[in-house]
Design a protein around this ligand. Structure first.
Ligand code: IPD
Ligand code: CA
Ligand code: CA
Length: 266
């Protein structure tokens, strides 16, 4: 068990998430200038400002904890606590003003998710979770959907910045599931996508090539909301794997079977 109370950890995560979301929302009213990390991979001063704010709030309560944050990388002190931070998930959406982006903060203790906060914007909603205690949106418990069949399901996916073999593979899955479900959405902020599945607004999410900070908070929120999480081959997965499938418990096996029948890389 964590020697620091879960509530104390959650309160700091919430404070950091809300402070960062205020910075992002203020920046939304100004021109947003992006630098390129890759051909289509954007970063703004707001990404950095958000990350610095999150780290300094967490550090003022827990100065000896580790960080893994998208813009500043690994910062290890040997602590058993690691905060995994995406200061602005959905930067491309933020730059264009498309309404789906978030702050994502996941705390791991001894390499297991313990506390999670995702702040969805611009219509701000705070999702949170604590291991074995539940998942909440704006303080109210959330749970995944009970949609039983693939045909009646609504799915979400995303496409990373690398347009290689896995990207092509995902195009095939996108086409297949667009044909066999009630639709596949592609919103552009993985942390938000996962929270939408956790709260039952969609029935499943998959993606290739995500990074640890995209999923560190979302996987705990999804798990505590009753979702089943695996890789695309149906095996247990970690935030360091390059593919993930998160669904309600009823369609997980069914989706895996369909994926198996059309994927060539399994
Ligand atoms: C991206 C978003 C997007 C996903 C990309 C991520 P970023 O994160 O989560 O939905 O498809 O793979 O990199 O770069 O906006 O933090
Ligand atoms: Ca991200
Ligand atoms: Ca980001």
């Amino acid at each position: 068990m964590s020697p620091i109370k879960n509530d104390d950890l959650l309160n700091v995560a919430v404070e950091a998430g809300l402070a960062a979301s205020n910075i992002i929302m203020e920046a939304l009213g100004e021109p947003r200038i992006a630098d390129h990390k890759g051909k289509t991979d954007l970063v703004t001063v707001t990404d950095h400002l958000s990350e610095n704010t999150i780290k300094s709030i967490i550090r003022s309560s827990f100065p000896d904890h580790n960080f893994l944050a998208e813009e500043s990388g690994q910062d290890s002190t040997g602590s058993e606590y690691t905060w995994i931070v995406d200061p602005l998930d959905g930067t491309t959406n933020f730059v264009h003003g498309y309404p789906s982006f978030a702050v994502s903060i996941g705390l791991f203790y001894k390499n297991e998710p313990l506390v999670a906060v995702v702040v969805e914007m611009p219509h701000t909603k705070l999702y949170s979770a604590v291991k074995s205690e539940g998942a909440w949106c704006e303080g109210r418990p959330i749970s995944c959907s009970e949609t039983f069949s693939v045909e009646k399901s609504l799915l979400i996916t995303g496409f990373g910045y690398e347009h290689g073999d896995l990207w092509e593979q995902n195009m095939t899955l996108f086409k297949h599931f667009t044909n066999t479900t009630q639709g596949v959405r592609r919103l552009g902020a993985a942390a938000v996508d996962i929270c939408h599945v956790a709260s039952g607004h969609a029935d499943g999410f998959w993606e290739y090539d995500l990074k640890p900070w995209d999923t560190a908070a979302g996987i705990l929120i999804a798990k505590e909301a009753g979702c089943v999480i695996s890789n695309m081959a149906g095996n247990p997965c970690s935030i360091y794997d390059n593919n993930i499938l998160i669904t309600n418990p009823y369609i997980h096996e069914k989706l895996l079977n369909e994926i198996k029948s059309i994927r060539t890389d399994l």
